[in-house]
Design a protein around this ligand. Sequence first.
Ligand code: GUN
Length: 283
Amino acid sequence: MAIIIDGKKVSADVKEQVRIETENLVRQGVQPGLAVIIVGNDPASRVYVNNKKKACEAVGFLSREYALPETTTQEELLELVRRLNGDKSINGILCQLPLPKGLDEKQVIEEISPMKDVDAFHAVNVGKIMIGEYDFLPCTPAGVMEMLNSYDIPVEGKSCVVIGRSNIVGKPMAMLLLHKNGTVTITHSRTKNLKEITSAADILVAAIGKAKFVTADMVKEGAVVIDVGMNRDENGKLCGDVDFESVKEKCSAITPVPGGVGPMTIAMLMKNTLKACKLQNNL
Ligand code: GUN
């Protein structure tokens, strides 16, 4: 039976550190501020944004939400981003994705000042991660690294396999594992012999977006399994990309869904916003 990696606990520890540092900043007259933009009525996005707001309040940040209607135009959205770029009380800007059809996500991301890009989605920040000289790390992959570190799971020299190649998770995840001297393989929907590759992984990260995709036969005995997925199973119950019940009997450590990677993402967003605030105030 595997160690169940407690994302809620690690997340609470990170947020507590951020809260203490924020208290000190506020004493110096500086309060970190995060602006969250949400467009349209996607119910999942609404839950995520509410959680981000709650976390901001818990750590002592100024939190501002911009809830825009589905009918918002690209120019209106870009105009809001430009206004927030110039707003001194706002240190971090996050536009919740996905945007409704017809809006260009890429253009919105590129409009956000790289200094306020607490998602680390802007090409400048992506490039900085590539060369290993970054201010911000993307929240989900950074949260995974924080959990590995917190459970003293070494990456150096390990065979790391990432399933999924998205710009938000798969690609940066691979890069962060590489920074820690892992031997990294990225797999995806066109990968041949997927099972052969995943079965050789010491650390397996699933970020595919398919409920219970990773089954026990795809996992090496004693592997560490990180589940980035957030899906609904056939009964409408929240589940990850990993078949938790079978895989937990075979691996040495595993993240549950919910209560694994999810809470970490928000904690790392708080960390990035604090860092943005300190950089913008030369602290
Ligand atoms: N949608 C799903 N995950 C994320 C995230 O980390 N950031 C943003 N902005 N949107 C998302």
